[in-house]
Design a protein around this ligand. Sequence first.
Ligand SMILES: *Cc1c(COP(=O)(O)O)cnc(C)c1O
Length: 380
Amino acid sequence: MPDYKLLTPGPLTTTDTVKKEMLFDHCTWDDDYKKITLWIREKLLELAHVSAPEYTVVLMQGSGTFGVESVITSVVGGEDTLLIAANGAYGERMEDIAGHAGIHYLTYHEDYNKIFSAEKIEQLLDEHPEITHVSLVHSETTSGILNDIAAVAKVVKAAGKTLIVDAMSSFGGVDIPVGELGIDFIISSANKCIQGVPGFSFIICRTDKLTESAGKARSLSLDLYDQWKTMNKDGKWRFTSPTHVVLAFAQAIRELEAEGGIPARAKRYEENNRLLIEKMAKMGIRPYITEHQGPIITTFYYPEHHNFSFQEMYQYIKDRGYAIYPGKVTDADTFRIGNIGEIYKEDILKVCGLMKDFLDGQDADSAKKHTEDEGCLCAD
Ligand SMILES: *Cc1c(COP(=O)(O)O)cnc(C)c1O
């Protein structure tokens, strides 16, 4: 069986104890199971620093995008206008979602290596009084940048608009005071910083904003309000629930608590990230983000090495136990390394060592080739 750890931003490497939970085929309709769903929903409120009845939680089948699509297509009404702030592929995906659903929207595009300007958003809200909702990504996994949601929340809330945050790759790995910031809908998924396996997303919602959305959804299966109405009664999922994923997620939450909660996990991720960037710098490999680098994933420029092939390096490292990630920014040749999941200092040191071995090997190869070429010239 192939065996490697994932240095990708989710799915990520999970513990054996999380995976073991999936060995049981749980019944979905009985109280035991429904209690697990209710327990998860309560725990998510705690992790977001909010409480009922002001806030509530909806779990939604599917990957993270299903959660984002569920929120956007359920809460932005026919007469409403959404302002999307985008500085990477996941922000742009929100435009795609709005476009597919025929939602009125406008976009504030920012450079991939810059965070959103709260002043710019304030100005747009001023110029476009038709805007009712604002959505943005917290940790833009495309580049690894961490947007300043506190600054944006301040202007959005001052203008009285609804705020939707895609915190897919940050929730659980970066502490977010959801209530204090006044975030109305915040979305993440099972397979990111809570360290569960893929299969559902979750949305922490202001209860009043959620109930206002009743009847607005454009999709049946992604209807956020309807999903909540069923789940909020006694924990029953509206359609088949991803039982194995739910059991694994409950275990992942227990393990997050055992680690010391979000502050401890955030510290581990930050230390992994700092060490990674430091070790890479020693090899002359520079990060793409120079300001506001987040603690989740880092984009690096290709080493300035004449015959560098990402594919060869990827294979070399994978054969030795780690899977890294190709780049996704559009304006430079890059690759990415995630440092979330069951990943520790030793792993970061190991992967940097492998990268160094690979690059040294290439240097040796090209030096050898160089000598051979010279040999040929001498013979001439
Ligand atoms: C992972 C991720 C998503 C969701 O992607 P899926 O492939 O649908 O799970 C959305 N936004 C961000 C910022 C992400 O990192």
